[in-house]
Design a protein around this ligand. Structure first.
Ligand code: G1P
Length: 292
């Protein structure tokens, strides 16, 4: 195990428009849409907290302040719940707020994921850090970002989470050109953002979990705008992979693209079936619906 700095900060880009899930996301940030009884963003923050990260950096924009409010103290609500003796509900809203620090930075122009990450530079300085994309919900025993942290502690290099993707869907992902290190761990010899099935170097697509090292900022500053006229994180990682080693890890767990209507529905069903208070009745209900 190499001596590496601890991952203390997570960057969560939340400045996207959420067009894939309209009209639900028209006046509510897509990150605030509920999966069962919690907004999507809370699952993402809880994943970071469960992996030892307390400092959450939101890359945000106008119209997204509901996210910051969700992670702030609501004195009136808390007092009312306490007065009414609703301790259990109070804990649900209070505990997470006390566990984390939230910092937000505005992304002043919609110039892509790479640009969003660059906005975090003044808050990261020279540390390694985690990136979690809030569309991707990962259901796993060990938090997905925690799995990447373990790989980072072993390799001291940037790590992306990957999963096998069917050919017809590959053009929705960043895709790696893998060199196997051992079962599930690869060196990414190159990365391509949203290639056609013919151009894709493999079927290993990048999902929204990354451990990045601060070198990424210099690269992001110097690469040209890429696919869709946006500054692409995948392009920066591809450049970095030519200079240093970038790792890819086939995480253990199941990922749901909750930024997409079908993925969002699937996530609600799966998380509903796991909810301690709802699962029994929900399962019975689903059985009746499916047989009807
Ligand atoms: C982003 C990244 C892409 C990655 C994907 C995972 O794309 O650019 O490389 O595979 O997230 O969810 P987006 O889905 O934001 O277009």
């Amino acid at each position: 195990m190499k001596k590496v700095r601890q991952i203390k900060k997570a960057v969560i880009p939340v400045a996207g428009l959420g067009t894939r899930i309209l009209p639900a996301s028209k006046s509510v940030p897509k990150e605030m849409l509920p999966v069962v009884d919690k907004p999507l963003i809370q699952y993402i923050v809880e994943e970071a907290l469960a992996s030892g990260i307390k400092d959450i950096i939101l890359i945000t924009r106008q119209g997204k302040s509901a996210i910051e409010n969700h992670f702030d103290t609501d004195f009136e609500l808390e007092t009312t719940l306490a007065q009414k003796g609703k301790g259990e509900t109070l804990a649900l809203i209070k505990n997470i707020v006390q566990m984390m620090n939230i910092i937000s930075v505005r992304q002043k122009q919609p110039l892509g994921l790479g640009h969003a990450i660059l906005c975090a530079r003044p808050l990261i300085f020279d540390e390694p850090f985690a990136v979690l994309l809030p569309d991707d919900l990962v259901d796993s025993d060990i938090p997905c970002i925690g799995q990447l942290i373990e790989i980072y502690q072993e390799t001291a290099g940037p790590v992306v989470a990957v999963e096998r993707v069917p050919k017809e869907d590959i053009s929705r992902y960043g895709v790696i050109n893998p060199e196997c290190v051992r079962d599930g761990l690869y060196k990414a010899k190159g990365l391509v953002e949203k290639p056609s099935p013919e151009e894709a170097p493999s079927d290993l697509g990048v999902i929204g979990r990354y451990i990045l090292t601060p070198e990424i900022f210099n690269v992001l500053e110097h690469i040209p705008f890429g696919r869709g006229g946006e500054l692409q994180l995948t392009d920066a990682l591809n450049r970095l992979a030519q200079m240093n080693t970038v790792y890819a890890y086939e995480f253990r767990g199941k990922r749901y693209d909750a930024g997409d209507k079908l993925g969002y529905l699937k996530a609600n069903v799966v998380y509903g079936l796991k909810h301690p208070k709802l699962k029994k009745h929900f399962k019975q209900f689903l059985k009746t619906v499916v047989t009807e």
